[in-house]
Design a protein around this ligand. Structure first.
Ligand SMILES: *[C@@H]1O[C@H](CO)[C@@H](O)[C@H](O)[C@H]1NC(C)=O
Ligand SMILES: *[C@@H]1O[C@H](CO)[C@@H](O)[C@H](O)[C@H]1NC(C)=O
Ligand SMILES: *[C@@H]1O[C@H](CO)[C@@H](O)[C@H](O)[C@H]1NC(C)=O
Ligand SMILES: *[C@@H]1O[C@H](CO)[C@@H](O)[C@H](O)[C@H]1NC(C)=O
Ligand SMILES: *[C@@H]1O[C@H](CO)[C@@H](O)[C@H](O)[C@H]1NC(C)=O
Ligand SMILES: *[C@@H]1O[C@H](CO)[C@@H](O)[C@H](O)[C@H]1NC(C)=O
Ligand SMILES: *[C@@H]1O[C@H](CO)[C@@H](O)[C@H](O)[C@H]1NC(C)=O
Ligand SMILES: *[C@@H]1O[C@H](CO)[C@@H](O)[C@H](O)[C@H]1NC(C)=O
Ligand SMILES: *[C@@H]1O[C@H](CO)[C@@H](O)[C@H](O)[C@H]1NC(C)=O
Length: 835
């Protein structure tokens, strides 16, 4: 930018000087037969780099660059011919600019910064340049200019045209810098801006799901600007630029290719000027590079010679981007015709020495055959053609032309033409031409091409910038034949599989490791692919999840079949208890009932019923009430039952053993109803214990989140003090067991010790089973096991203790007599005394 403004300052000084010496420029040398010039009422300027100065020679003297000595570019010569063709077509047409003859003045523009004679010639009037006083009065030699081709050339010459607001309609400079109308007010273009080209490249990369690419540019403004745009656009994408390199004459292609190999880059964008790109690709062939994808910029994607090289298939697949090629009807005939005309006419130009320095000569051009011109890279041809048409249309409108003719009363000032050009709105060869506020074409059609087996660029996709198009970007995958028979993978790291979080590996976001997310976490790719997020407390997930699921809430409802069975069994137990109570009441004075404890039986049966009622509180959603009741009822009343049994077995031992050895204690016991006292003490003690503990820390409903990751189990939590009130129960059970064991050798039918021992064995077995289960299993069915154990404890009393007695009462009344019992006791006493 600084360079440009410096150049500008320089030029302005030059112009002022020129203004003071009005005849500094030579009179227009007459060279009418040349292809570079056509007389007409209105002259259009043209700048084409038919030659290009490639070597950097440093001058010591002020010399004019003689373009015809530089290297020849056939594709530019083709564009040059397209301009001539367009002007002739317009001149022939009666629809556009009728009766107005359009001429042109074309210069070979072979240097980025040195060819100002041509420009000065164009902006001169009558062979001189005047210092401006009032812009309206100035009509330069040319009313508008097409070109120059390169962005850098455009940037250096644009200020000179901008001074008089002479419109520049460009056909080949795609740098986005030129869109800035503040700096380049008279610049318009019919070719694509890099903005669209780079966007298209990014779309292609995204289409094939690549993210690890290299960008090779050349030193010119066009491709440097492309690289800049590419870098800035990458920010919004997931693509990483693994490598960027600028090609110049000194570049070591081998080294670059080696670096590309080392970084295992599969996709290489070559967005460079044609000559550099061709040299680079040729090096790749030479150095045996293979299996790569090359994305060709618009400058060389339609190159005619490269696809026909023998080694080109080995280097991989080449995909190119280009503006859609529009065939120009009549151009072929025009080229053949002008070729014959040129060869038939005497070359007067070359004889005038001034012709050379003004760069309006081309010695080599006459050697080029029409076939070569027609077969040359057609890129930018339509852009050139439509640029000329845009100027003609603007002039047409400015001259108020209609079918009859044009007004001859209008002075055409360049700035008026510029205004008219900005309003351009016409259709040519079915393509709509319009400029946006930046002077860029509003709708451009791009093609994606593939260099196929027959060495041709085959169209495989398209991209339209026209917002009215439904599918702006499309690509037909089946038309592309990949070197590997399938779309190559060009990624730094393969994408993580589902449920794996990325861990960045190095500087690029495309390079990462994949780590599986542990259970109870998930990874959300849209949100943050780099971290595993914890699930909420009420949710769970497997390892490697992308989402969490709600945990199920588990408890045993009243409708559970097992619960119903248990409650039914409890009902049966209560009914049986009632039946036994009735049976015992009816046989109250019979010895079986008496030996079973008499009134104590009713207490036992009552407590049994009360404790088994607790089964009903094990089901449904746990609440404070049912948590408390399920334990309170059972622990209180079942302990009383145990107390009864302890006292019973103690008495049995007393009656037969203690009575003889400690008669005093025995008589005291009988006299004061010792058994009832003991039971009362047990009851009160347990009641106090339970009340204290339950008041301090009552069993509460809790949500067990830890036992199962996919379930929340609703249960009652018992505090650790549970041991406290179990203590009494366990002591009683142990006492009971000891006493009943001591009484095991008592008379056969009379003793209850065996029944009590059996019952206690059942009881112990039941609770050991339950304890084992509760250690191993924490699910919701533990409640069921608990209820079952409670029920089983109750049933074992019923079955082991009461049912045998009921059996005797009902089915063996002969045993239920005083004589029978006394007989047993006598036999026992004889037995003892005989020992
Ligand atoms: C223009 O008209 C001339 C003479 O009629 C003809 O020879 C030439 O081919 C035409 N050119 C175009 C481009 O139509
Ligand atoms: C322009 O076209 C007209 C026919 O429309 C032709 O008579 C005239 O010679 C052409 N001028 C030039 C310079 O070719
Ligand atoms: C150009 O110069 C000629 C003669 O030198 C003169 O007659 C003519 O008026 C000049 N035209 C303009 C536009 O200055
Ligand atoms: C074009 O100009 C010629 C002579 O200059 C004239 O005879 C003809 O009528 C004009 N045509 C139109 C459409 O103005
Ligand atoms: C040309 O235009 C001027 C100003 O617009 C007008 O005064 C003049 O009469 C016009 N001449 C012709 C021949 O139309
Ligand atoms: C361009 O011209 C067409 C008709 O030719 C018209 O419908 C359209 O509105 C015009 N567009 C603009 C931007 O003026
Ligand atoms: C290559 O592309 C050209 C142009 O589209 C086409 O005519 C030709 O058939 C293609 N060749 C192959 C082998 O596909
Ligand atoms: C893609 O190309 C294949 C063959 O080249 C063709 O059969 C198919 O119709 C094309 N698909 C589309 C959507 O154009
Ligand atoms: C992932 O994150 C996005 C954006 O934050 C959000 O819209 C989406 O619901 C999340 N998906 C899951 C499964 O959480």
């Amino acid at each position: 930018e600084a360079a440009v403004s410096a150049t500008m300052k320089h030029l302005l000084t030059l112009l002022v000087m020129l203004g003071s010496f009005q005849h500094a420029l030579p009179e227009s040398y007459s060279c009418s037969a040349s292809e570079f010039k056509l007389d007409g009422e209105y002259i259009l300027g043209g700048l084409f780099d038919i030659h290009h100065r490639s070597s950097s020679v440093v001058y010591n003297r002020p010399v004019i660059v003689d373009c015809s000595r530089q290297s020849f570019t056939l594709s530019s010569y083709r564009m040059f011919q397209v301009m001539r063709f367009a002007v002739q077509e317009i001149n022939n047409s009666s629809l556009i600019l009728p009766n107005v003859s359009l001429g042109y003045e074309i210069f070979d523009h072979c240097s980025d910064t040195f060819n100002f004679q041509a420009i000065l010639n164009m902006i001169s009037r009558n062979g001189s340049i005047q210092v401006l006083r009032c812009v309206n009065e100035y009509v330069s030699k040319v009313i508008a200019v097409a070109g120059p081709f390169r962005s850098m050339e455009s940037m250096t010459v644009a200020p000179l045209f901008a001074m008089n607001l002479i419109p520049m309609v460009n056909y080949g400079s795609s740098s986005s810098v030129l869109s800035d109308k503040w700096k380049y007010p008279s610049f318009l273009r019919t070719t694509a801006s890099n903005k669209d080209l780079i966007q298209l490249i990014i779309l292609i990369i995204q289409h094939f799901n690549w993210n690890w690419v290299a960008f090779v540019s050349s030193g010119d403004e066009n491709s440097q600007n492309g690289l800049q745009l590419f870098k800035s656009k990458l920010k919004d994408t997931k693509i990483c630029l693994a490598y960027a390199k600028e090609l110049n004459e000194m570049s070591d292609h081998y080294e670059i290719l080696q670096q590309l190999e080392d970084l295992s880059i599969e996709v290489i964008i070559v967005f460079a000027r044609q000559s550099s790109a061709v040299a680079f690709i040729k090096s790749a062939i030479k150095h045996n590079i293979h299996s790569k994808v090359w994305i060709a910029g618009d400058s060389w994607s339609l190159n005619k010679n490269l696809p026909r090289l023998s080694g080109i298939k080995a280097i991989g697949t080449i995909i190119g981007i280009t503006e859609t090629v529009m065939p120009l009807p009549g151009f072929k005939d025009f080229v053949y015709l002008s070729h014959t005309q040129r060869n038939n006419r005497p070359t007067t130009c070359e004889q005038t020495p001034s012709g050379r320095t003004c760069n309006q000569a081309c010695d080599l051009c006459s050697d080029v055959s029409p076939e070569e011109i027609i077969g040359e890279n057609p890129s930018y041809s339509f852009a050139t053609y439509s640029a000329i048409y845009a100027m003609a249309h603007a002039l047409h409108n400015l001259l108020l032309c209609d079918i009859k003719g044009c007004s001859d009363n209008v002075t055409v000032y360049p700035f008026m033409l510029l205004q008219e050009l900005k309003r351009s709105n016409f259709t040519i060869l079915n393509r709509h031409i319009e400029f946006d506020s930046n002077g860029d074409p509003t709708c451009t059609s791009y093609a994606i091409v593939f260099w196929n087996q027959s060495g041709q660029a085959q169209k495989v996709g398209s991209y339209e910038t026209d917002p009215a198009v439904d599918v702006p970007f499309s690509i037909n995958n089946t038309k592309i034949h990949w070197y590997a028979d399938q779309v190559p993978v060009a990624r730094c790291s393969p994408e993580c599989s589902e449920g794996f979080a990325k861990k960045k590996d190095g500087l690029h976001q495309c390079c990462f490791q994949c780590n599986v997310c542990p259970g109870m976490t998930y990874v959300n790719y849209t949100d943050n692919p780099y971290s595993c997020i914890n699930c909420r407390k009420t949710e769970w997930s497997k390892p490697g999840s992308t989402f969490c699921t709600q945990r199920s809430v588990e408890y045993i409802p009243f409708t559970d079949p097992v619960a119903i069975t248990l409650m039914f069994s409890t009902g049966v137990l209560l009914a049986l208890t009632l039946a036994i109570v009735i049976l015992f009441a009816l046989n109250y004075d019979k010895p079986v009932v008496k030996s079973a404890g008499g009134p104590m039986c009713f207490l036992l049966l009552g407590c049994l019923s009360a404790s088994s009622i607790s089964v009903f509180f094990f089901f449904g959603k746990p609440t404070v009430t049912n948590c408390v009741l399920r334990y309170f009822l059972f622990l209180l009343f079942y302990t009383v039952c145990l107390g009864c049994f302890a006292v019973r077995s103690f008495q049995i031992v007393c009656i037969f053993k203690m009575a003889t050895k400690f008669p005093k204690i025995h008589s005291w016991w009988v006299k004061h109803n010792g058994q009832w006292w003991l039971i009362a003490i047990v009851f009160v003690l347990q009641l106090l214990l339970l009340t204290t503990v339950f008041t301090a820390s009552p069993p509460t409903p809790v949500n067990d989140m830890t036992s199962y990751r996919d379930q929340i189990i609703l249960k009652c939590a018992m505090s650790r003090t549970v041991i406290m009130f179990l203590l009494l129960t366990i002591v009683l059970a142990s006492l009971c067991f000891i006493f009943s064991y001591m009484g095991k050798d008592l008379p056969k039918n009379y003793n209850e010790s065996k029944a009590i021992t059996l019952y206690l064995l059942f009881l112990i077995l039941t609770w050991i089973t339950f304890c084992t289960a509760s250690i191993l299993y924490h699910g919701k069915y533990l409640q069921l096991f608990n209820a079952m154990s409670v029920l089983s404890s109750s049933y074992s009393i019923l079955f082991c203790y009461f049912l045998p007695k009921c059996y005797i009462i009902i089915f063996q009344p002969q045993k239920n007599t005083q004589q029978h019992f006394q007989g047993i006791i006598q036999r026992y006493t004889q037995n003892i005394s005989s020992k």
